[in-house]
Design a protein around this ligand. Structure first.
Ligand SMILES: *[C@@H]1O[C@H](CO)[C@@H](O)[C@H](O)[C@H]1NC(C)=O
Ligand SMILES: *[C@@H]1O[C@H](CO)[C@@H](O)[C@H](O)[C@H]1NC(C)=O
Ligand SMILES: *[C@@H]1O[C@H](CO)[C@@H](O)[C@H](O)[C@H]1NC(C)=O
Ligand SMILES: *[C@@H]1O[C@H](CO)[C@@H](O)[C@H](O)[C@H]1NC(C)=O
Length: 328
């Protein structure tokens, strides 16, 4: 009998050693998430992250129980507060976003109901990951120039974000602190070239400029800005020309986006509030709701294989505040 008690006690002790935090359902979910996302914390941080994760998870569940056009889900950001997320991934301050009078020339105004540049040919590179650096504007820039170049030449190249992070400061860009695709296109035009991802790989932090003209792989002849808030100008450009870079305001609900058409009543719609840049690769309509198809730079685990849909036609979250594309 004593042996049984002893063995039982020993077994319990072993369990508690192996899983010192075994307890609540929240901890169980958190540990599964931690192992999926390869997270490790010390004890103090573990408890802090557990609390944030649990709050995020609750918010996701409440949202998904409601009647919305998009769903939320756990992802690699689920242990962060929005304040932390903002600090690591978004612009640090307002950018000089907007063109009062853009130079995009509209076509004849008869647009297809939907368009998806991912399906029209080999024009869009795979989704990349900016990591913990506010360099979204460099990914929006490369994504657009990659597509425009591929449409013109038939060759899809992977272009360098790191060159833009390190070298484009003279055009009001600020490395990991933010920048704008229109200003990055200007830089590439004046610099007379952008290197490839392979020759100037991404690091995710700012360093000295190592551009070498000998390895220039993509070029910009002209920069086209779409007049601020002219969302039909964006439709025209995407329908008649190529994918288009744009910026908008990310708010707390967007961090947890999983799928469907994102709409928000929390975000602002003006040029001074945009804090993230991405790439519109097409548009469509779902259950009567028009949307943009957008390539993000938070890896393929986020959203719909790294993409999201956002409502089209309302300047949602300021998405028509400053859009642009290069001519090659
Ligand atoms: C859900 O929302 C849609 C669009 O806002 C609305 O048409 C529909 O009636 C709502 N359904 C329910 C069950 O509330
Ligand atoms: C906006 O433009 C002005 C004038 O060119 C410049 O001094 C300022 O640094 C710019 N702001 C940002 C955030 O780039
Ligand atoms: C487009 O925008 C960039 C930066 O935002 C600006 O430097 C450039 O002058 C604009 N181009 C035109 C043609 O307005
Ligand atoms: C921003 O949203 C408000 C409220 O919906 C609207 O009245 C306003 O026209 C919008 N402004 C722009 C620039 O889209």
């Amino acid at each position: 009998m004593w042996t049984t008690v002893f063995v039982t006690l020993l077994a319990m002790w072993e369990i508690s050693l192996a899983t010192p935090e075994l307890g609540t359902a929240e901890e169980y979910d958190f540990k599964i998430w931690m192992s999926k996302h390869n997270r490790q914390y010390d004890m103090a941080e573990y408890h802090q992250r557990l609390r944030i994760f649990t709050e995020n998870k609750k918010m996701i569940e409440i949202h998904n129980a409601g009647n919305h056009t998009f769903t939320m889900g756990l992802n690699q950001f689920s242990d962060l507060t929005f304040a932390e997320f903002k600090k690591y991934f978004l612009f640090k301050e307002p950018q000089n976003c907007s063109a009062t009078n853009g130079n995009h020339v509209k076509g004849r105004g008869h647009y297809p109901d939907s368009i998806d540049w991912r399906k029209k040919g080999n024009y869009v590179t795979t989704v990349k990951n900016q990591g913990g650096c506010g360099s979204c504007w460099t990914f929006s820039t490369t994504g657009c120039l990659e597509a425009v170049t591929a449409i013109a030449t038939g060759k899809l190249l992977y272009l360098s974000e790191q060159q833009l992070v390190d070298c484009a400061q003279a055009f009001n860009n600020h490395g990991c602190e933010g920048g704008l695709p229109s200003q990055a296109f200007e830089y590439i035009m004046y610099n007379k070239g952008l290197m490839t991802e392979e020759d100037y790989p991404y690091e995710g932090f700012e360093g000295p400029c190592r551009y070498d003209a000998k390895w220039a792989a993509a070029f910009v002849k002209n920069v086209v800005n779409i007049t601020k808030y002219d969302e039909m100008g964006m439709v025209d450009a995407v329908a008649n020309h190529n994918p288009v870079s744009f910026a908008y305001e990310v708010t707390g609900d967007f961090m947890h986006y999983k799928q469907g058409v994102y709409t928000s009543t929390k975000c602002h719609n003006t040029t001074d509030m945009v804090n993230h840049a991405v790439l519109a690769v097409g548009y469509g309509t779902e259950n009567g709701l028009p949307y943009w198809i957008v390539k993000n730079s938070w890896g393929t685990e986020w959203g719909m294989d790294g993409y999201f849909y956002i409502e089209r036609g309302k300047n949602m979250c300021g998405l028509a505040a400053c859009s642009s594309y290069p001519v090659v």
